[in-house]
Structures are given as C-alpha cells and as structure tokens.
Write a protein that binds this ligand. Sequence first.
Ligand SMILES: [Zn+2]
Length: 85
Amino acid sequence: MKYKPEEYIDSGFYGGDMDSDIENIKSKVVKCRKPHRCVCGCETEIGKGDYALLESGFTDGKPVSVYTSTQCIDKWLDEISVKEA
Ligand SMILES: [Zn+2]
C-alpha cells in the first residue's frame, strides 16, 4: 500500500458508478483472508494477505461485497496526483 487507507476510500476510483448500484455502501481497506478477484475488470487476483478496498452494501435487498486491488487504486491515485501537481 503506497497511500493511506482513507485515500483509497476517498479515491473516487469508480467515479460514482458503484454508489448508484449499491445501497448503504460502506468502504474500508482490509487485509484479505482469502483470495478475491479485483472488481475493476483488470483480472488481478488479490491474494490471501494482500490489502484491498472492500465495499459492502445491498443491491436489490441482497448483501454484496466487492474487492478492489490496492494496486489498481495506486495507479489511479498516481494519475490524479500527477494531474493535480
Ligand atoms: Zn483491478
């Protein structure tokens, strides 16, 4: 993890798309206890013990949770920090 947990949570990585699909969304940075596939479409496998951004909430009344690799968000944060510089 290159950045602070809050920066991943506040990254705006999804540009708001996710928020419209998931109700009562909660975001946090977690250390995965089992492998997960990154949700961003990059096909990255998030390994056991790796950090990921976990977003959980409800879609159509069903609980959902999605994991995003911190590596993907690192790249995104790198890009936006370059633009802001
Ligand atoms: Zn990804």
